[in-house]
Design a protein around this ligand. Structure first.
Ligand SMILES: *Cc1c(COP(=O)(O)O)cnc(C)c1O
Length: 426
């Protein structure tokens, strides 16, 4: 099935007389005939639902669709993208371990890694996404457990050289985790370039309507944890909390990583999505290819308009000819990048504020990748906790405006930007 068809049909095929839509199973619990039936579930000897904190049929069907879209072996939905980033790393790294990450990542992820997970004893080395192979190799340590980057960084819009990062990760015996939120599987499928695990903030394009916060983790099923058994002992040696189950033996390379994330991390930390939110996410997924095309068309139109405007200091859009990211975008995102454009208005922060306040269609919102156009000033919002040096490493300048093109008419969006720029003093 091609991607458009999968967006509608993967993950759930109703049988005779069953609901056509994925049903919302709004139940915390599931009934069993005997205690033995239940015990087998708790011992991971039988598959089945028993408590929605661990698994729920609505969420699982939507997760299966996302796994199909990314070409993965298994997937898991979470209550947020932040939870997805945390679980994806914490599933294979714990106190005393180390992770290499691109410095051009979402501000919330940077905070999670550099502050919160550091407090848990996990150290991160941040590398520039355009670092040389040698610089990247030098970032690894004997206790490194993973490499992390974003396909298209939020908000810097740098495009990850997935092959370069995957090659380095594999040479050091660790997986590459890629946050594919901005590209979505419509525009890039990171497993095809060597990534091993994919994360999503489904809050963004996958949902697409600003209706539900959510996250997802997808496993390619291809990383051989057993080839580096000592490094990934959590997957390859007995888990005492399940009477000694060894995940790679019981669930194979296709299932070990996601099963461990469900039965250990969901069990103990509980970042479970509401079944209703999984249902809403699925409605968004059905139209994802149509929406992505329009987001990308609008993003490019706006970028081209801004590029020619004399009140604009600079524009970055990876789909724009001549952009520093255009070459990488042509390789990894040949059909389009995303709807997000970043730029600076001449006159710095004050001019940015005047411009944003003057917009009539685009709203100021801490959101991105939504059907409705929105704008944000990252340095005073999502990246507020960073100092100037950290801002520079993340690719966020003080004058940067992040405009997320929705799916409105392109001419209306351009007219809105035009009238707001007219109010900015020359
Ligand atoms: C928004 C975002 C996140 C965090 O996701 P939430 O759903 O807001 O928790 C992670 N990564 C990227 C690239 C994002 O844009």
């Amino acid at each position: 099935m091609n991607l458009e068809t999968q967006c509608l049909h993967a993950g759930y095929q109703p049988k005779n007389g069953e609901p056509r839509n994925i049903p919302i199973v709004q139940s915390t619990t599931f009934r069993y005939e005997t205690s033995q039936d239940m015990a087998a579930l708790f011992d991971l000897e039988a598959a089945g639902y028993f408590y929605t904190r661990l698994q729920n049929p609505t969420s699982d069907r939507v997760a299966a669709k996302i796994a199909a879209l990314e070409g993965g072996s298994a997937a898991l939905l979470l209550s947020s993208g932040q939870a997805a980033s945390f679980y994806a790393v914490f599933n294979i790294a714990s106190c005393g371990d180390h992770v290499v990450a691109s410095s051009a990542i979402y501000g919330g992820t940077y905070n999670l890694f550099a502050i919160t997970m550091k407090r848990m004893g996990i150290a991160f080395t941040f590398v520039s996404p355009d670092c040389s192979k040698e610089e990247l190799d030098a970032a690894f340590q004997p206790n490194t457990k993973a490499v992390f980057g974003e396909t298209i960084a939020n908000p810097a819009l740098t495009v990850l050289d997935i092959e370069k990062f995957a090659t380095a990760a594999h040479a050091h015996g660790v997986p590459l985790i890629v946050d594919n939120t901005f590209a979505t599987p419509v525009n890039c499928r990171p497993f095809e370039w060597g990534a091993d695990i994919i994360t999503h903030s489904t809050t963004k394009y996958l949902d697409g309507h600003a209706a539900a916060v959510g996250g997802a983790i997808v496993d390619s099923g291809r990383f051989d944890w057993t080839a580096h058994g000592d490094r990934f002992a959590g997957l390859t040696t007995p888990d005492d909390s399940y009477h000694g189950v060894v995940y790679t033996e019981r669930f194979g390379l296709e299932g070990a990583y996601i099963t461990k994330a469900v039965v250990q991390l969901m069990r103990d930390l509980g970042a479970t999505p509401a079944p209703m939110n999984a249902f809403l996410l699925n409605i968004g997924l059905e139209t994802l290819p149509l929406r992505m095309k329009k987001h990308c068309d609008n993003g490019l139109r706006l970028a081209e308009y801004l590029q020619g405007h004399d009140k604009i200091a600079w524009v970055r859009y990876p789909g724009l000819l001549g952009d520093s990211q255009h070459e990488l975008a042509t390789k990894y995102l040949p059909d389009g990048t995303c709807g997000v454009v970043i730029f600076g208005v001449k006159g710095g922060r004050a001019a940015a504020e005047t411009f944003m306040a003057g917009l009539k269609i685009a709203s100021i919102a801490t959101h991105v990748a939504d059907a409705k156009t929105c704008v944000l000033h990252p340095a005073s919002a999502t990246h507020r906790q960073m100092n100037d040096e950290e801002l520079a490493a993340a690719g966020v300048s003080p004058d940067m405006i992040r405009l997320s093109a929705g799916i409105e008419g392109a001419d209306d969006l351009i007219a809105d930007v035009e009238q707001a720029l007219a109010a900015v003093p020359a």
